[in-house]
Design a protein around this ligand. Structure first.
Ligand SMILES: Cc1cc2nc3c(=O)[nH]c(=O)nc-3n(C[C@H](O)[C@H](O)[C@H](O)COP(=O)(O)OP(=O)(O)OC[C@H]3O[C@@H](n4cnc5c(N)ncnc54)[C@H](O)[C@@H]3O)c2cc1C
Length: 351
């Protein structure tokens, strides 16, 4: 007989809209049928962590991740934690007992698999939200620039608009990227020739043992959709950007033009996670996928967007498995037809 919390947990799994057999662990001797789905349990989870009652923020168990990803896909996370501040984050990291952690920004570049995430998901939705007033300075050759200090939980689009108010130029073409500053730093997010790495002055992270560490620009390496950090993972909590003073009207005009271009070329009215593949050198992944005849091709509820072939859209009932199969199919067909192996841009996590 299942205990109340376990039963609830299994019902939530059953509701995630995934396939009929869900492998959960080996605690159950025989499969259990809940809501018509066959469920196997293969581990015994201790549902509480010692930080649970110590933090100001929230801890939720078996939280369905589809609510936190722009693709609207993803099974449950064992523990979903929303720290309220730095102290909470340090407590979580220190008291997690080696449980694996996953950091969630706005979930706009993530595909979470259907069986969810084993371990702790730390969501920065409720913390590191401040943007400090720009600090202006003059360069030796007389140009005006400003340093902006921003929390990693701030949305990149908000930051771009904030900088524009001061006529600061350098991130106006990042205004249409829907993620957080932390996610943008990790992914070296970019658009139309601008990448966030070009304007980063420093990044502050909390290391996995809870220490705060500021990394100068020279300690980071930026490449296409990737920032490399010195050894030791961590949670990015803050960034400093160094931006040039321009004209307020000009910066706003660039942002508006950029947003209207995106609106007319991207399927923004359907759940998606942006570009699925990196652009190969001197080419576009979208052009290759379209030339392979795959626009509109679907597996289950996942479909290659008609509007932009490098986007996969969730037509409403897609599972992560559908998306993964579609990614593999696109890679296979494009390689057969064009000789190019497309490299995945989105991050896939979970099981
Ligand atoms: C409609 C649409 C358009 C898009 N257009 C673009 C585009 O033009 N250019 C572009 O580059 N991207 C684009 N993207 C992808 C995405 O928005 C970016 O990659 C964005 O920077 C991801 O930020 P996020 O907060 O959503 O990160 P998430 O998706 O939550 O996470 C991405 C990765 O970063 C890690 N991470 C996030 N925050 C932190 C943190 N604070 N500390 C440590 N690790 C962290 C996560 O663990 C994960 O590995 C688009 C996405 C969508 C849906």
């Amino acid at each position: 007989m299942l205990s109340g919390p376990w039963k609830q947990r299994l019902i939530r799994y059953a509701n995630t809209g995934t396939d009929n057999r869900l492998l959960m662990g080996d605690g159950l001797k025989s499969p259990t049928i809940i809501l018509g789905r066959k469920i196997l349990q293969n581990k015994t989870m201790n549902p509480t962590f010692s930080f649970h009652n110590k933090i100001k923020g929230e801890v939720r168990y078996d939280e369905i991740m589809s609510a936190y990803t722009s693709m609207r896909i993803g099974g449950p996370a064992d523990a979903f934690v929303l720290p309220a501040n730095l102290k909470d984050l340090q407590l979580i990291l220190k008291h997690r007992n080696h449980t694996p952690i996953h950091i969630l920004g706005e979930g706009t570049n993530l595909l979470v698999r259907d069986r969810g995430i084993r371990g702790i998901v730390i969501s920065l939705k409720n913390c590191f939200k401040s943007v400090k007033r720009p600090v202006f300075y003059k360069t030796p050759d007389g140009r005006e620039r400003a340093v902006v200090q921003v929390g990693s939980g701030v949305k990149l689009s908000y930051l771009a608009k904030y900088a524009a108010r001061y006529g600061l130029t350098g991130i106006e073409r990042l205004v249409g990227i829907p993620g957080s500053v932390g996610g943008a730093v990790v992914m070296n997010a970019g658009a139309e020739g601008t990448e966030i790495g070009q304007v980063l002055r420093s990044v502050t992270r909390v290391t996995l043992d809870g220490n705060v560490q500021t990394l100068k620009r020279g300690e980071l390496t930026f490449s296409y959709r990737k920032t490399s950090f010195p050894p030791g993972n961590g949670v990015i909590i803050e960034a400093e950007l160094d931006l040039e003073k321009g004209e307020v009207a000009e910066v706003h005009r660039t942002m508006d033009d950029h947003l209207s271009r995106r609106g007319s070329t991207q399927p923004l009215n359907m759940p998606n996670s942006g570009s699925i593949f990196k652009n190969p050198p001197d080419d576009k992944a979208g052009r290759l996928i379209e030339s392979a005849g795959l626009k509109g091709y679907s597996i289950g509820g996942a479909s290659v967007s008609i509007k932009h072939a490098n986007f996969i859209v969730n037509k409403g009932n897609a599972s992560a498995e559908n998306v993964v199969q579609l990614i593999e199919h696109i890679q296979k067909v494009v390689e057969e037809k064009t000789g190019t192996k497309l490299e995945q841009e989105i991050v896939i996590i979970g099981e």
